[in-house]
Design a protein around this ligand. Sequence first.
Ligand code: HEC
Length: 154
Amino acid sequence: MKILNATLLLVALLTSGSGYALSPAAEEGKALYPACHVCHNPSQDPPLGPPMWGVKRRYQRASMNEEEFVQRMMSFVKAPSEEKAIHDEALSQLGLMPAMPFDDETLFKIVNYILEERFAPPCDHWEIAIKRAQTRGDMDHAQKDLRQFKRFCQ
Ligand code: HEC
C-alpha cells in the first residue's frame, strides 16, 4: 500500500510538469487567471499592472496566514479602494485597479491559484522599468529596480 501511494504521488508530480501539484481549486483558478494576466503580465511595455510576483510577496508579508491572504486579496479584487491597497508604488504609478466582476467562488479559485503558483521573478519587467526610469531621469527608481534585477535575475 505504501509503495502504491508513493507511486501515485510520483506520477502526480511528474505529470504536473513543474514538479508540484496545484489543489483542484487552484487548478480551476489557473484556467481563469488570463483575466488577470492581461494587465499583470510582467513583459508589458508600458505595464498595465504590477507583476503578480511582487503583488503576492506583499500580500504574504501583510497576512498572518494563507486564509488571511485569500480573504484580503479577494476583498481588494472585488472592490478595489485606495484604503485597502497595499502596493503603494503601483497605485501611484498606474492608478487604482478596476473592480473585477467575478463571484466569490470564482475569485476564491483565482486567488488560490495565485497563492499556490510559483511565479518567476519579473526580470523582463525590471529591465523595462529600469529603461523607462532612466529615460525620465528617475535615477532612484532605476537603482531600486536594478537592485531587484541583480538580486533575482543574475
Ligand atoms: C485592467 C487591468 C487589470 C486587470 C484586468 C487586473 N488588474 Fe490587478 N491591478 C491593476 C493595477 C493597475 C494595479 C495597481 C494599482 C492598485 O494597487 O490598485 C493592480 C493591483 C492588484 C493587486 C494589488 C492591490 C493592492 O495595492 O493591494 C491585486 C491583489 C490584484 N491587482 C489582483 C488582480 C487579480 C486577482 C486580477 C484578476 C481577477 C486582476 N488583478 C486583474 C490592474 C489590473
